[in-house]
Design a protein around this ligand. Structure first.
Ligand code: SAH
Length: 255
């Protein structure tokens, strides 16, 4: 079972209370998850974390601390973000149960991550825009926010249930391998630069263009070949555009 969940990592962003990190470790271990990644925790390691982990301190010991989300997402090809309130309605959303099933199936082929936000502010937009899907645990609309470790507990439980259901290998294998998060980020940088070079993107008025394009390409989940083609198209249009801008005005224009 733990074997089936081994490629699923839980990423906590900027956690304030070390006790929550310990409770998360416990919530994970009890469901057979063991990949804990921490992005800039306020205090870690810490005695409160160890106390709350109550026997899951091996997860704390093995937890990987990162100084950026980029680093925590290295090698990850499917990213889910969790949110107490789905304010960003434009982001694709998935039901928690369906997401857990998808995570278990895909994790047999590549790394999957689930992001959890700050106790106070959750995830910021830029972090949500790294996600393929946002997940919301249905709660009382008048009191919707779970404690961080409780949210991890619910997700971890769903992952375990999904893994139990998967033990008979009932799902279709994923027959292609989407590129990982850092390759997608390099693609987005290239895309933005070429939109600037071709003057499609006005830096004075970027509006929501990049956010919308991120959503489009994340939905498509390109593989290595497809990313190479897309980057080739961008490079060719940059070259064509450069040549065009360098060309002297035609004599007819001067007349
Ligand atoms: N005030 C914050 C709540 C943060 S709770 C906000 O409104 O976003 C800390 C983290 O726990 C969240 O970032 C999210 O990762 C998780 N969480 C809490 N309640 C959740 C819910 N109902 N569904 C999904 N994730 C939840």
């Amino acid at each position: 079972m733990t074997q089936q969940l081994k490629n699923i990592r839980i990423i906590l962003i900027n956690t304030t209370h070390p006790g929550n990190i310990g409770s998360v470790a416990r919530a994970m271990k009890v469901m057979g998850l063991d990949q804990l990644h921490l992005v800039t925790p306020l205090k870690f390691p810490d005695a409160q974390a160890t106390a709350m982990a109550s026997g899951a301190d091996d997860l704390l010991h093995d937890a990987i601390v990162h100084d950026s989300l980029d680093s925590a997402l290295e090698g990850v090809s499917l990213v889910f973000g969790t949110s107490a309130r789905l304010r960003t309605l434009s982001m694709p959303q998935m039901d928690v149960r369906a997401a857990a099933e998808r995570a278990v199936v895909e994790s047999q082929q590549h790394e999957v991550a689930i992001l959890f936000g700050r106790e106070r502010h959750g995830l910021v937009n830029e972090e949500m825009q790294r996600c393929h899907y946002l997940l919301n645990i249905p709660t009382n609309p008048d009191y919707s926010s779970l404690n961080l470790s409780q949210a991890v507990q619910v997700l971890s439980y769903e992952l375990r249930v999904a893994a139990l259901g998967e033990s008979g290998i009932t799902s279709e294998p994923v027959d292609y391998s989407p590129v990982d998060s850092s390759q997608m980020e390099r693609f987005f940088e290239h895309l933005e630069q070429s939109l600037l070079d071709t003057r499609f993107l006005n830096p004075a008025q970027p509006k929501m263009l990049m956010a919308r394009l991120r959503r489009l390409y994340l939905r498509a989940r390109p593989d290595q070949n497809e990313i190479n083609i897309l980057r080739g198209i961008l490079a060719a249009s940059q070259r064509a555009c450069e040549a065009d801008f360098d060309k002297p005005e035609s004599p007819a224009d001067d007349a």
